[in-house]
Design a protein around this ligand. Structure first.
Ligand code: HEC
Ligand code: HEC
Ligand code: HEC
Ligand code: HEC
Ligand code: HEC
Length: 170
């Protein structure tokens, strides 16, 4: 009995380990995110040179960079000056329709056991692009760097920032 069972168990272990090693961990940045509106960073941050923090205004102040509220879009698009995108703006200015929020889908996610805040990084003068790549050239945000512990710790070592486990982990 054992002569069959043990090799079989071993095979399953190897298959299991391989599957885990090659499967995408759930918190890895996603390559396949589709947004409800084809919002383009290339058009906004690239061609029209709108500063990142005009829309991601909380990046330097709080934990989350946050995505902009709809009012921020309406500031430019609701005025009718940029008439070319009426289909996008109509629901916001048409008062017969209930207001709605755009539910953007997240690209970057860290696991719950990691603490990350944008503020100290922005204050230390690290460019958004260092971690997010050249977003201003992207129509759709796709991750360029794999943001894992090695990525964080490498730079913390170079910049003499904290290497304490508890500064990044709860
Ligand atoms: C040191 C690396 C680093 C830098 C620099 C950085 N980010 Fe991030 N950013 C991250 C990580 C890591 C996440 C995922 C955070 C999470 O899951 O809690 C993230 C998430 C985000 C998100 C998703 C929403 C949110 O608040 O979590 C946005 C938007 C964002 N970053 C924009 C920016 C902008 C704009 C800048 C520059 C002003 C910037 N980031 C600079 C690493 C960085
Ligand atoms: C500071 C002004 C400004 C803000 C804020 C802004 N936009 Fe735009 N948007 C523009 C300009 C300028 C264009 C280019 C218009 C053109 O080329 O005709 C544009 C183009 C677009 C387009 C058409 C893209 C294409 O491929 O041509 C969409 C869709 C869009 N914006 C959605 C949004 C959404 C959603 C928001 C809020 C998250 C937003 N915009 C915020 C200025 C702005
Ligand atoms: C006109 C407003 C606007 C500007 C300017 C802008 N963003 Fe964004 N950003 C958004 C919106 C809306 C989303 C959510 C939709 C998406 O992911 O494309 C977003 C999403 C992101 C995300 C993905 C967040 C996640 O994890 O889902 C990153 C990273 C990001 N922006 C970085 C930047 C950087 C870097 C710049 C400057 C080069 C910038 N943004 C300029 C509006 C803007
Ligand atoms: C490109 C360099 C760089 C990268 C990449 C980076 N950091 Fe940092 N980090 C810094 C610097 C610089 C500081 C500020 C140190 C200071 O203010 O003394 C900092 C500060 C922090 C702090 C605050 C520490 C404290 O004691 O107040 C935390 C938490 C943190 N980083 C977590 C992370 C995590 C998690 C990642 C990866 C997702 C990451 N960092 C990636 C450079 C980096
Ligand atoms: C500068 C930030 C930072 C520091 C310091 C740090 N970690 Fe992490 N750690 C992360 C990030 C981000 C992840 C999640 C991404 C990943 O899986 O690599 C992580 C993941 C982990 C994981 C899960 C790994 C996996 O792949 O499932 C363990 C275990 C861990 N850290 C232990 C530690 C210990 C122990 C220390 C102290 C010696 C430490 N970390 C210090 C940022 C940090």
């Amino acid at each position: 009995m054992n002569r069959i069972f043990l090799p079989l168990a071993l095979v399953w272990l190897i298959i299991g380990a391989t599957v885990i090693a090659f499967s995408q961990r759930p918190w890895l940045p996603r390559m396949d995110v589709v947004q409800p509106i084809p919002f383009s960073h290339r058009v906004h941050a690239g061609l029209n040179k709108i500063p990142c923090q005009y829309c991601h205004e909380y990046a330097r102040r709080s934990e989350n960079a946050g995505v902009p509220p709809i009012e921020r879009c309406v500031g430019c698009h609701g005025s009718g000056i940029l008439g070319g995108i009426k289909p996008v703006t109509r629901p916001w200015t048409d008062h017969t329709q209930p207001s709605f929020e755009i539910r953007w889908n997240r690209v970057y996610v860290l696991p719950d056991f990691v603490k990350f805040t944008h503020r100290p990084h922005i204050n230390a003068g690290i460019a958004c692009q260092h971690c997010h790549g050249d977003v201003q050239n992207m129509d759709r945000v796709v991750p360029v760097k794999e943001i894992n512990m090695g990525f964080c710790v490498d730079c913390h070592t170079k910049r003499h920032a904290s290497l304490d486990c508890v500064s990044c982990h709860h």
